[in-house]
Ligand binder design. Structure first.
Ligand code: SF4
Length: 463
């Protein structure tokens, strides 16, 4: 019999409970927010008005806490590498660890520095704008029809915050020296109408992701009628509102007017048997604060079916077992946000320092199993160009030396309708070259130009 006085030393690789505290960091420690009251801090209008839009404002907010060499490197990155402009609400800035900004996970993806990026292989030869080809699959402007029963509605091209690794860097945000953004051609109202028209005549669609950009930037007087119209389409059974704003600017979801509109939608969805959920995007445990939890609780109270997290797997931010589980425990234990997916960072330009290989992602998936309830164990997924999301263990073939994985699919995207040969092909995804053995890196040095040329057109490789 076990001696009950002896505490069990489980000795697990990842101990539970985690040490991290669930507290709102004190914003008055930041020189720029020294005199800011709680009332101001919790006000969405104040947050938006004081959102940091450039390096000067970043320096003003952080003052002496921002190392000079880091400020210089962030400025160099903006000129030479960044694919997104700077946009950081004070709430999000306040979640950074001021004691070590160089290594802080939130700083690393919200304010990337040139020194963070790789010198060799900073950019994969196969990287591209719109690497998922969402634009090619538009069936109405901004409406991507990639899967058989679900669509993505890009309602607008702005967010309350801009993430350095944004997969929609082609479309979302302001122009930067490296990227002139694609602009929607149609007026917003007409675009939304065209999306609804398509969905009304397409009964095969049951699931709509209402996204952007970020729906936190769409006024509730525009969001509500659109979602309400979706609810009037009999075949729509699932609606997911996509908003990183819940993490970056939770104050938005604590406003009476926004909550009243969302509550009307939740009630209508419930009455019609439709699941209405909000999907958000936290990448680091420290981003899960009591204000995020308070806003999430409001959404659940007013009738949202769920609030789920779709993070992005980023080296230096969350790509260790401990970091992933820390984040999942904070989401689940405190904020009541369901860990759902971690996407591998897509093959957009200049993202190689963030990306992990398929093999690393498989190892992480293995290592997080068993610590969370099955329903809350996130799947790590690879979004394969021309295919869609695949669990990382679903790879069909994998050349580890060259870092090329091959994937299959079981449905046609909107650009292949009627072309059943697409189902017989394999589609390639590429690991970051710096993670390959030396022989693989040598191969890429020898074939870089040829591979970049071959990427024009298609990623399908095996007939
Ligand atoms: S919130 Fe989403 S859409 Fe907006 S910049 Fe970040 S990743 Fe891109």
């Amino acid at each position: 019999m076990r001696d009950t006085d002896t505490p069990i030393k489980a000795g697990q690789p990842i101990p539970y409970p985690p040490k991290r505290e669930y507290v709102e960091p004190d914003w008055t420690r930041l020189p720029g927010y020294k005199g800011v009251t709680q009332e101001e801090w919790e006000n969405a209008t104040w947050q938006r008005k004081h959102t940091v839009k450039n390096l000067r404002e970043f320096k003003d907010a952080l003052g002496h806490l921002l190392p000079e060499d880091l400020a210089l490197s962030i400025g160099q990155d903006m000129e030479q590498r960044a694919t997104m402009s700077m946009l950081i609400p004070p709430h999000m800035l306040n979640t950074m660890n001021m004691a070590d900004l160089w290594h802080d996970p939130v700083r690393r993806y919200m304010a990337p520095a040139l020194a963070d990026r790789l010198t060799e292989w900073a950019n994969h030869p196969k990287a591209s704008r719109d690497s998922l080809h969402e634009h090619d699959m538009w069936v109405a402007e901004g409406l991507t029809h990639r899967y058989p029963t679900k669509v993505l509605a890009e309602m607008l091209s702005t967010c309350p915050q801009y993430c350095g690794h944004c997969t929609r860097m082609d479309l979302v945000g302001n122009d930067v020296p490296q990227v002139t953004k694609l602009k929607f051609a149609m007026p917003q109202k007409d675009r939304h109408q065209a999306m609804l028209d398509y969905l009304r005549k397409t009964p095969s669609v049951r699931d709509v992701v209402v996204s952007g950009g970020d729906i936190a930037n769409l006024h509730i007087t525009q969001l509500e009628p659109f979602v309400s119209a979706l609810l009037d389409i009999p075949n729509i059974r699932d609606i997911r509102l996509a908003s990183k704003g819940l993490i970056g600017l939770p104050q938005h979801y604590l406003q009476d007017g926004v909550l009243a509109g969302l509550e009307r939608l939740a009630k209508k969805a419930f009455d019609r048997g439709v699941d209405l959920a909000l999907h958000t995007h936290a990448n680091s445990a420290q981003q899960v604060t009591p204000l995020v939890g308070k806003a999430t609780k409001k959404l659940l109270e007013i009738g949202f079916r769920d609030v789920r997290n779709q993070g992005v797997l980023l080296r230096g931010v969350n790509a260790t077992t401990q970091e992933l589980l820390d984040l999942c425990f904070m989401l689940l234990d405190h904020a009541k946000i369901m860990p759902y997916y971690f996407y591998m960072c897509d093959m957009i330009p200049n993202s190689e320092h963030w990306r992990v290989s398929v093999a690393e992602a498989q190892q992480l998936q293995h290592d997080i199993m068993g610590y969370l309830p099955g329903f809350a164990t996130p799947r790590i997924v690879c979004d394969v160009p021309f295919v869609g999301k695949r669990w990382v263990h679903q790879v069909a073939e994998y050349d580890r030396e060259k870092g090329i994985s091959y994937w299959t699919k079981n449905y046609l995207t909107s650009i292949e309708w009627g072309n059943h040969a697409a189902l017989q092909q394999q589609y390639a995804y590429y690991d970051p070259i710096h993670t390959l053995p030396e022989s693989g890196q040598r191969w890429w040095r020898a074939h870089e130009a040829e591979m970049a040329r071959a990427s024009e057109g298609t990623h399908a490789v095996h007939a």
